[in-house]
Write a protein that binds this ligand. Structure first.
Ligand code: PMP
Ligand code: GLN
Length: 380
């Protein structure tokens, strides 16, 4: 068959989860929690279903949810967002990213992507008929080299994608990064796509520097988030995009034909959760910081060298003391021979750094899961 994505195979998350299943491995690969969704959220979902809220939601999302997102944007990031014209609820952040790229990027244009990058970005760009221009992050700190970003932007550049806290590294943009970025984008027509799905999972007293805090950047941005990360329910697939009305209008043209709307009872449940249980998202950083610290303490018993984790729920580890295998082979070997699954980093790169020996472990897991994994990693 003639295809539009000849270089795309099955995602590394699917491949590794399947391999983990086949070999009964502890799965610290694909990013998802293995513990329960909060009771208040399940109760709200059930109440919505029993209350007859089971048909199509409005295309843009149910009003109470858009209002709750607007209130949260104001409370956390000081930004007034119009729930009617500037917020669109989507089937996960994945759909929001696709909608934004397909609506705003035209054939022949370029999108600047910072590598390592989440795997859905480039296929979306290719489907839009555009080209991804890859700028590498620092291989140790995953900091952005803004001069290289400046150099990558040219007359064809239509969009720049950033992701903070970053998957896979956990690196976060600082307020000064946003100022530099604003300076770079001033006088260009570049749209900023800011993937902030881990916005509440930040550690050590740091504040998430949402693009929504920055008026100049917010005016040219599509900011994307996901309830899957915040409420431990990646399978519910509800996310959203915030963008000024002119950009949201375009994004909605794709959204209305891509999915039209997403789960109605789930939307009502999230609306209630945000409004009535703000402590959940307020305490999420502390909740995951405890998991991060426990996992890192356990890893000290192994020969894996953990890198710093400023945010998100992934721990990168250098395994060069254990093996010289390239990362994809190492991850297969670790699953098949030692019963622990992680994710290799090379699929996140157009051009993986030569000799990089890093594996990504997800620590959004119950203590017993992490302990079981580390007992196996200790033997290496
Ligand atoms: N962006 C990043 C950086 C992610 O890690 C993920 C989920 N793994 C997504 C987007 C997609 O989010 P969702 O599951 O809500 O579609
Ligand atoms: N975002 C998840 C991760 O990075 C995976 C989501 C997926 O499987 N597509 O692990």
């Amino acid at each position: 068959v003639q295809t539009k994505l000849p270089r795309v195979g099955t995602t590394i998350f699917t491949v590794m989860s399947q391999l983990a299943l086949e070999h009964d491995a502890v799965n610290l690969g694909q990013g998802f929690p293995d513990f329960d969704v909060p009771d208040f959220l399940v109760a709200a979902f059930e109440r919505a279903m029993r209350g007859g809220l089971n048909q199509y939601a409005p295309m843009t999302g149910v009003a109470p949810l858009r209002q709750a997102i607007a209130a949260k944007s104001k409370a956390l990031y000081g930004r007034d967002v119009d729930p009617d014209t500037e917020i669109t609820v989507t089937s996960g952040a994945s759909e929001a990213i696709f909608d934004a790229v397909l609506a705003l990027v035209r054939p022949g244009e370029e999108v600047v992507v910072l590598d390592p990058a989440y795997d859905s970005y480039e296929p979306a760009i290719e489907l839009a008929g555009a080209r991804a221009v890859h700028v590498p992050l620092d291989p140790e700190t995953f900091a952005v080299d803004w001069q290289r970003v400046r150099d990558a932007i040219g007359p064809k550049t239509r969009m720049l994608m950033v992701n903070s806290p970053h998957n896979p590294s956990g690196a976060m943009l600082a307020a000064a990064d946003l100022d530099t970025l604003a300076d770079i984008l001033r006088d260009t027509g570049v749209v900023l796509l800011s993937d902030e799905v881990y916005e509440h999972i930040v550690f050590d007293g740091a504040a998430h520097q949402s693009v929504l805090r920055h008026p100049e950047l917010a005016a040219r941005a599509v900011v994307v988030s996901s309830f899957g990360k915040t409420y431990h329910c990646t399978g519910w697939k509800v996310g959203y995009a915030v963008a000024r009305a002119a950009l949201s209008t375009e994004l909605r043209k794709v959204h209305q034909y891509n999915s039209f709307c997403t789960s109605t009872p789930a939307q009502f449940a999230f609306a209630e959760a945000i409004a009535e249980h703000p402590e959940h998202h307020e305490q999420l950083g502390a909740f995951y910081q405890a998991k991060r610290d426990a996992f890192r303490a356990q890893l000290a018993r192994t020969r894996f060298r953990p890198l710093p984790v400023p945010g998100g729920y992934f721990q990168l580890c250098d395994y060069s003391a254990i093996s010289d295998l390239p990362d994809a082979e190492f991850c297969r070997w670790l699953t098949i021979e030692h019963g622990v699954t992680g994710i290799p980093l090379s699929p996140f790169y157009a051009d993986p750094p030569r000799g990089q020996r890093l594996i990504r472990f997800c620590f959004a897991k119950a203590p017993a899961t992490l302990e079981r994994a580390v007992e196996r990693l200790e033997r290496l």
